[in-house]
Design a protein around this ligand. Structure first.
Ligand code: ZN
Length: 160
């Protein structure tokens, strides 16, 4: 089998930024398991994996437009500390949930001073070139239920 739409793919991966720092890795853990072609991975990585076989290792650099998007300054906002409950608990780098008309989304606290808090609604990896080392561990057929749901189920059939 090769990686194709609706295949279940298991990958080991290490993700580094431009500076070579490891941002995320499956090393020492279970491989990442996903349903290919359903938007469960960033588009650039799905494209690189398409057509490959189990055992293949690849090293790819994914530009922001094929990853988590460009950093959008419009999503950065500075608000007074008094506008937030529990503002004293906040620290730089912390993620907080915000309720908006479009539902819940995550904001990163990027700056704190005496009076104000800067919140960034971009994905933490927006604007970054992503350097992936990937090894395809296994490829299998998806079950009918997985296809119906659009995602992979765990070995015990439960959602995760
Ligand atoms: Zn499901």
């Amino acid at each position: 089998m090769t990686v194709a739409p609706d295949a279940v793919v298991l990958i080991h991966y290490t993700l580094k930024n431009d500076a070579g720092e490891v941002l995320d890795s499956s090393e020492g853990a279970e491989p990442l398991t996903y349903l290919h072609g359903r938007g469960n991975l960033i588009p650039g990585l799905e494209r690189e994996l398409e057509g490959k076989q189990a055992g293949v290792r690849l090293q790819v650099a994914i530009e922001p437009e094929d990853g988590y998007g460009e950093h959008d300054e419009q999503l950065v906002q500075r608000i007074p500390r008094t506008a937030i409950d529990n503002a004293t608990d906040l620290q730089e780098g912390m993620q907080v949930q915000a309720q908006t008309d479009e539902g819940t989304h995550m904001l990163t606290v990027t700056q704190l001073d005496e009076e104000s808090i800067t919140l960034d609604g971009n994905h933490p990896l927006a604007g970054q070139t992503l350097h992936f080392e990937v090894e395809i561990a296994e490829i299998r057929q998806a079950t009918a239920e997985e296809l119906a749901h659009g995602h992979v189920h765990g070995p015990d059939g439960h959602h995760h």
